[in-house]
Structures are given as C-alpha cells and as structure tokens.
Design a protein around this ligand. Structure first.
Ligand code: SMG
Ligand code: MG
Length: 371
C-alpha cells in the first residue's frame, strides 16, 4: 500500500507498506468465526530482526501448525492458549502477534464482544475518545519540517513526535519548539541511532522540555539506557528494547525505562501488551501506544488498547489518512478534535472492506486448520 508521503527514520525511508495479514476462519465453532490479524513487520529487518517475508515463512512453516496440533483445542481455537502453544518457537513476536490477533478477533466476533470491552474499557456509557499524536519523519530541511508540523497541528494532533538521528536532532527540535511554543507536547524518537558516549549530546535536548526521548541506544543496551537516564533529564522511553513483559520489568528495575512505548506486535500480541500495561501501571511507569504504520486493522485494535487507564500519554495512533489515501477497512480511524474514538464493534475494532482488500491483495495462501 503506497504511503501518502515518504516516512524517513534513522534506519531508512518507507514509501510503501507491504503488509502481511492473517485470517483465521474457524468453521467448527458455534457460531462460525472469522477474524483478521495484522503483522507489523516491515519489509526489511531494519527496525527489528523480523521482516515481512520472514514472518510469513515462520507462520507457514512453524507457527500455524502448532495451533492446529493443539490436543486441547476441541475444534475451535482459544486466543488465551495461542502464546503458550507458540512459545517453543524462539523470537518472531510480530508473526506470533498476528496469529494471536486473528484468533482473538474471530473469538470476539463470535461472542459479539468488542476488544475494548474484553480488556475492561468502559464502553457502555457513551463513546470513549483518546488523544492522538503524530509521528513526523526526518526532513532534510528545517523549513520543510516546520511546514509539515504546522500541517499536523492544523489537523488537530495534540502531540508531535519527531524522528531524530545524529545531524538532525538538536537544531530540528529547537526550531520546532520555537514554532509550536511551550505548551504543545513534543517528544523525539531515535530508533537506536546513538551510542553510550552520546550522553552529553543528548542532554542538550533537555532545554526543550520534551515528554521523552525514545530508544536512543541499541535494542540490547539496557544498561546503557540506565546510564543515560542518569545523565539526561528528559525521561528515557524504550521501544525496540521491550520485547516482552519480562524484559520490560527488568528494564524498569534497572532504571532504563522511565516511560514505555507499548506495541502489541513487538511483544508477541495484544494479550502480552495488556500484561505490560498492568505491570507498568503497578510500578507507576506511564505508557503510550506505539504505531507501525498499521492499516485500519491494527489501528482499530491499537485505539482500543490505548483506552486502558495506564496509557497516560497520547499514542502514535493517528488518523488512517496520515499514511493511507485508502484504507482496507470500512471504518478507518479519523481525527476529531485531536482525538480518535475507541471502536466498539465486535472483534478487535474494525470491519474489513472486501473491495479495498481485493485491490491491494498481491498474494494469499491457505493453510489447513485440521491436523
Ligand atoms: O504508525 O504512526 C505510526 C508510526 C509511528 O514512528 C512510528 N513508528 O519506532 O516508533 C517507531 C516507529 C516504527 C516504524 S517506522 C517505519
Ligand atoms: Mg519508536
């Protein structure tokens, strides 16, 4: 799916999104159930080790069969059992998350229940709205960056996140802060572009009153982030490093994670994401929902997740039209007064648009669901 504008980060430029979807058709249940999951892996292994063709391979050859072979599955599939069945396979959280999401979507649709209600969001007393932030790619020129940021503020986004890298950091942040004034929430995301020795440089960001600096150091460098947290006043937020509830807990205990970016795909699924929310909340660590340029499928589910009370900061849950001219769902996320509305339809929070889906489908594979 083409993006409306190229999106540049410290690891590369995305101009289109090659998206793997998992559809779970559970025909033996009563009623029959049908669900979709979106895999957030990018085309290349540059954000994380996973990439979309690899995710497809591991799903086809190692993951789906483990659900099919579950001796306790009794005809249907239970989303609560998926992670445990897939646990013997190391890694591949994004592939696993897509499969669990499809099963959970099918199960919730069959039960006539929304994901938001399922995780305890009060959707019975009128629409729930959550604040919407936007992630702004690296720009070659500061003037262009200011134009882009102005446009998003006119759209109503309540928080700006700037992608940064060495050479496009302090000056860009200073110019944006000067333009937007002191009251608009601003944060930055380095996608691992710095090293431990960059502490004093990153401390120069402190004067711009940022909400947080996201993932300055490599994924594995938890100790480095803990040291940086001592050197820099701006709170350190982890993204790439947090691959499970256990790693999140350890990072918090080490002082490396003052704020957590929760991405369901990165942690193996929405159920693990809820566990991370719960543990962060118990420890007083604010969380927010990250984005992976999802279609309306992942975006609707993210908007539901982000309605949990520990999501104290606006997420990267922008309107569908921030990235896509045409979405694959009938109910794309839209912006209304800087907020998005939490979906309450049965399932994970979207309805697939079959025509739009057909138009962007390049290939599909059917796997048997009987052993
Ligand atoms: O979906 O709004 C979105 C993208 C948000 O910046 C975003 N995501 O590291 O947080 C991040 C990046 C990862 C994807 S960049 C291609
Ligand atoms: Mg990030």
């Amino acid at each position: 799916m083409p993006l409306v504008t190229p999106f540049r980060t410290s690891f590369g430029t995305e101009t289109s999104r090659d998206i793997l979807l998992v559809r779970a058709i559970v025909a033996s249940g009563s009623p029959d159930a049908d669900g979709w999951g979106e895999c957030v892996a990018l085309a290349q292994p540059t954000y994380s080790a996973e990439y979309v063709d690899g995710a497809q391979h591991v799903l086809e050859h190692h993951l789906v069969g483990r659900l099919v072979d579950d001796p306790e599955r009794d005809g249907g599939f239970d989303a609560a059992r998926v992670a445990g069945r897939l646990a013997p396979v190391h890694g591949h959280p994004m592939a696993k998350a897509a499969l669990e999401m499809a099963v959970l979507d099918a199960q919730l649709r069959a039960a006539g229940r929304s994901f938001a209600a399922h995780i305890g969001v009060d959707v019975d007393h009128g629409p729930v709205r959550i604040p919407s932030g936007v992630s702004v790619g690296i720009h070659d020129s500061v003037d262009d960056l200011l134009r882009t940021v102005s446009g998003y503020l006119e759209d109503g986004y309540v928080r700006i996140k700037l992608k940064i890298e060495p050479g496009a950091d302090v000056d860009h942040v200073a110019a944006v802060r000067a333009m937007i004034g002191p009251d608009t929430p601003l944060q930055v995301d380095a996608n691992t572009a710095y090293r431990r020795t960059d502490g004093s440089h990153l401390a120069r960001l402190d004067e711009y009153d940022l909400l947080l600096v996201e993932q300055p150091l490599p994924e594995e460098d938890i100790v480095g982030h803990a040291r940086l947290a001592e050197e820099v006043v701006t709170p350190i937020c982890l993204d790439e490093s947090l691959v499970s509830a256990a790693t999140t807990q350890d990072a918090i205990e080490l002082g490396a994670c003052e704020i957590a970016n929760i991405k369901p795909g990165r942690v193996g699924g929405y159920l693990e994401a809820v566990r991370i929310h719960d543990l962060c909340r118990a420890r007083g660590i604010p969380v927010w929902c990250g984005g992976m340029i999802e279609t309306g499928i992942g975006r609707g589910a993210n908007a539901s997740l982000a309605a949990l009370p520990g999501f104290e900061l606006p997420g990267d849950i922008s309107a569908s039209n921030r990235f896509y001219a045409r979405d694959v769902v009938v109910d794309p996320i839209t912006l209304d007064g800087g907020h998005v509305t939490v979906p309450t339809t049965p399932g994970m929070g979207f309805g697939v648009d079959p025509g739009a889906m057909d138009d962007v489908t390049t290939a599909s594979t059917t796997l048997p669901t009987t052993p």
